[in-house]
Design a protein around this ligand. Structure first.
Ligand code: ADP
Ligand code: MG
Length: 380
């Protein structure tokens, strides 16, 4: 649990007085739809109870004063000096103020004291959690009326242009738009989002999220290579994006390169699995999501080739220990897995994975049971 008393005390130390309020942005996990976003496809994330919280208040001057409880670091910058590419952790906060100003909104000096329990760099989007919390805070403080999807776009602009990370809208849309006990089915072409019920506990299930703690290596290069392969395939097929493939066999027949065929098969099949998952969830058939999770993992392992030993071991052990379905979630080459489990069994399954990791000489994983939570807003 995050210590909001410590956050308020720190605000007092740094800014003098009480914050005007506390705002939060949740982390998120992707239920299904991996590497489909940049192919104009579909994704289905849900927000987590793990979140970033900012204690915030306006200032009389034009300074942005930021502090992270976790890093014990204070950064200060004048609003007029905000410029993309100023790299440390504070860019995720400062970038939002910059993005708001760039989009024509009037904002003034602000104190932002941050704490977060979203694990960093595990693929649970600690970055979007921060951005979306800051958007919520600054919109309330400066009376900006901005629609939820536009808030997500402001947060993405901060991450893309200010931080310099070329990500899609998935993370920020999930962190802004999600509802408790719902997933967010997002069409990455039209940017239309639909809430879809995920009443897991009601149906006797829980979702284990396990961080394999595998250090990512070569992720950026591999990500770039996958993207390029998809773009090249779409160009050969004469379609705007792989989302537009209507007949997979026909598309594969038109591609000579075996690696490219595998990449296309992943993207197209993952897109149909995500659509199918959306339909099943709409019908309340959560148990039937399990085979889709398994198929998604196999596709990421064999066709997209973005899993690693630890991730495969975690998924196999989860299944052997009784999970209904399991898959890697996130961009790949490490990060987290999710496992759909019967209520009360997630902890045992996680311990079996931890034992398998110990036996194989891997680092100890960390885990929690995830419940679909609500999107960014005011906490207090
Ligand atoms: P992810 O979003 O998958 O967790 P990113 O690399 O996109 O990984 O974002 C992680 C970055 O966000 C960190 O390197 C750090 O700069 C910033 N960050 C996350 N949590 C905190 C925090 N509590 N305090 C300061 N910066 C943080
Ligand atoms: Mg991120």
């Amino acid at each position: 649990m995050l210590d909001t008393a410590a956050l308020r005390a720190k605000y007092n130390d740094i800014a003098g007085g009480e914050p005007e309020g506390l705002w939060f942005g949740p982390g998120r996990v992707n239920l299904i739809g991996e590497h489909t976003d940049y192919n104009d496809g579909f994704v289905l994330p849900f927000a987590l109870e793990k979140m970033a919280i900012v204690a915030a208040g306006r200032r009389d001057d034009d300074l942005l004063v930021m502090y992270s409880l976790e890093l014990d670091d204070r950064v200060e910058i004048a609003l007029s000096a905000l410029a993309p590419g100023t790299g440390d952790w504070s860019a995720y906060l400062a970038g939002v103020l910059w993005a708001l100003r760039t989009s024509g909104h009037t904002v003034g000096g602000t104190n932002l004291i941050l704490t977060s329990d979203v694990p960093l760099g595990a693929g649970l989007s600690s970055s979007a959690a921060i951005e979306c919390a800051v958007v919520a805070a600054v919109c309330d403080l400066y009376d900006l009326s901005i629609e939820p999807m536009d808030r997500a776009k402001i947060a993405r602009l901060a991450e893309n242009a200010y931080v310099g990370a070329p990500t899609g809208l998935l993370d920020q849309a999930a962190s802004t738009l999600c509802k408790e006990d719902f997933g967010l089915f997002l069409d990455c072409r039209t940017l239309e989002g639909v809430h879809v019920p995920l009443p897991m506990s009601e149906q006797g299930f829980e979702m284990l999220v396990l961080d394999t703690k595998t250090p990512h290596s070569h992720v950026d290069g591999e990500y770039g290579a996958r993207r390029k392969s998809c773009e090249q395939a779409a160009a050969i097929l004469g379609i705007p994006a792989l989302r537009d493939v209507t007949d997979l066999d026909d598309a594969l027949a038109k591609l000579d390169d075996e690696v490219m065929q595998k990449r296309v098969r992943h993207v197209v099949s993952e897109n149909s699995r995500t659509l199918e998952a959306y339909e099943l969830a709409r019908q309340g058939r959560l148990a039937d999501l399990a085979p889709l999770l398994d198929a998604s993992h196999a596709s990421m392992r064999d066709d997209y080739e973005i899993t690693v030993d630890t991730v495969d071991l975690a998924v196999e052990t989860a299944k052997a220990a009784g999970a209904l379905g399991a898959r890697m979630t996130g961009g790949g080459f490490g990060g987290c897995i999710i496992a759909l489990c019967h209520t009360g069994s997630g902890e045992t399954i996680a311990q079996e994975i931890a034992a398998a990791f110990a036996a194989a000489g891997h680092r100890s994983p960390e885990w929690f049971i995830a419940t679909p939570a609500g999107g960014a807003g005011r906490l207090a």
